[in-house]
Ligand binder design. Structure first.
Ligand code: CMC
Length: 428
């Protein structure tokens, strides 16, 4: 515990404990502030508020650092694989070879979904957005797997966690297949996690499908980059939903819903649409001017971040991955990539973007890569949800296992009418 902080309110001094983390900013513990002063703190958007203690992910936004359980994202993306990252996020340590083999085996054996889920899918319109299908089908898992919704049982919590990491790729691929009118492809357990997902998306029953190892490795890396990102909007949503004791499938469905928004997981779709709208390099200055115009709501999608005030470390790896994928597919001249590279170059030298510390974020390049792999834009956020599932689960599990956990219940600054008396309708 560090030196307490003092707060003077109406000439009265209040001492507030200061807690230090292992790295990063300390926090002023205001849990007793209301009891001591009768006042709440006010921080809409939570720009100065730590909502919990967590030992999972660390971000230094000024330096552009991202660590999962202490390991730099660059090292995990370069040397690890996604299931190893899942293990690390869930259990806190990298697995031994035996632990990894066991974990991979157990995830693989959970990849099929209840056959009746197929009929559940038939109820959707074919033109439904796959994220709408994901919100519904992930939530619906709680209707199919009753034996893993008792959150007080550690074994059931673990089974639910495994099920979601294993089945959400299957649901994601089904959402895609349904939208294009193709039959669902069952998982194939001799393939690794990401190769299996690619096959479920792109194979058809009438011919053989060979997974391209370069694309599979690139997508696996994209999953690693998206696996967790501390207390972002969707993770905070999962924690808040979970704090009431809701079952894990319902909590993760809440996270999927929150992720859908264009300021969060929907940004990769929005970034690609923007690059398509810009179209050619000569039109970039017009869009830069629009982004700077206070009276124009247009923003450069894929730029800026609430926490990173430096180059998003994930964006650097993503940029490299984009080049690898385009090379592998023999896409030499992608006009979208030309626009992206030039837009990035101009924005990084522009006074407005420098002053506001607006750097490319992970979503800037991911859209180009996923499009080249054959995914339609409507699937981009679904892929993000698939990868983030493990982060949501690790954070949910950490919260449930914290003995001091209570229901999340923010307060407010009330600005509505003071008390007034009811007037019957014929007297209004
Ligand atoms: N283009 C132009 N101006 C921008 C942009 C942008 N992309 N982002 C922020 N600004 C300006 C904004 O107008 C404001 O200017 P001023 O101070 O003059 O009013 C200033 O920068 C600060 O912006 P803010 O909206 O207060 O910042 P925030 O921390 O609330 O928002 C953000 C962060 C990511 C929502 C925002 O930068 C944004 O909308 N970016 C585009 C969407 C995007 O790429 N989102 C993906 C985030 S990364 C993936 C994820 O974690 O989900």
């Amino acid at each position: 515990m560090s030196e307490p902080a003092s707060l003077i309110i109406a000439n009265k001094s209040v001492e507030l404990p200061v807690k230090a983390g292992s790295i990063g900013p300390s926090v002023i513990d205001i849990a007793k502030l209301y009891g001591q002063t009768g006042m709440f703190t006010y921080d809409p958007g939570f720009t100065s508020t730590a909502s919990c203690e967590s030992a999972i992910t660390y971000i230094d936004g000024d330096e552009g650092v991202l660590l999962y359980r202490g390991f730099p994202i660059e090292q995990l993306a370069e040397h690890g694989d996604f299931l190893e990252t899942c293990y690390l996020l869930l259990f806190g340590e990298l697995p031994t070879a035996a632990q990894k083999a066991d974990f991979d085996y157990r995830i693989t054996r959970h990849t099929m979904v209840h056959e009746q889920m197929m009929r559940f899918f038939q109820g959707f319109r074919r033109d439904a957005h796959p994220m709408a299908v994901m919100v519904a089908s992930v939530g619906a898992l709680s209707a199919f797997y009753h034996d893993s919704i008792d959150i007080s049982d550690p074994q059931q919590r673990m089974v639910a966690s495994m099920r979601m990491i294993a089945k959400i790729p299957t649901l994601a691929a089904m959402a895609y297949k349904y939208s294009i009118g193709q039959p669902f492809i069952y998982p194939q357990n001799d393939l690794d996690y990401t190769a299996n997902f690619l096959r479920m998306c792109f194979a058809v029953p009438c011919e053989d499908y060979k997974v391209n190892p370069v694309l599979s490795r690139a997508l696996d890396r994209i999953f690693i980059l998206h696996a967790d990102h501390e207390q972002n909007a969707s993770t905070s949503t999962v924690r808040l939903a979970g704090s009431s004791g809701a079952n894990p499938f319902a909590c993760i469905a809440a996270g999927v819903a929150c992720l859908w928004g264009p300021a969060h997981g929907g940004a990769n779709e929005a970034a690609l649409k923007m690059l398509q709208e810009i179209g050619t390099v000569d039109r970039i200055p017009h869009f830069i001017a629009r982004a700077k115009d206070k009276n124009d709501p247009f923003r450069l999608m894929g730029f800026g971040h609430r926490v990173y005030k430096n180059y998003d470390p994930r964006a650097k790896i993503m940029q490299k991955t984009t080049h690898e994928v385009l090379n592998e597919l023999g896409i030499k001249d992608d006009p979208l990539l030309d626009v992206a590279i030039e837009l990035e170059r101009i924005a990084l030298h522009d006074e407005y973007f420098i002053e506001k510390k607006l750097y490319p974020n992970i979503d800037f390049y991911s859209g180009i890569t996923l499009k080249a792999m054959g995914f339609p834009t409507s699937m981009f956020t679904v892929l993000f949800a698939l990868a983030r599932t493990v982060g949501w689960i690790a954070q949910w599990k950490e919260m449930i296992e914290d003995p001091s956990q209570r229901i999340g219940r923010p307060r407010q600054l009330y600005t509505g009418s003071p008390r007034r008396e009811y007037v019957s309708v014929n007297q209004r």
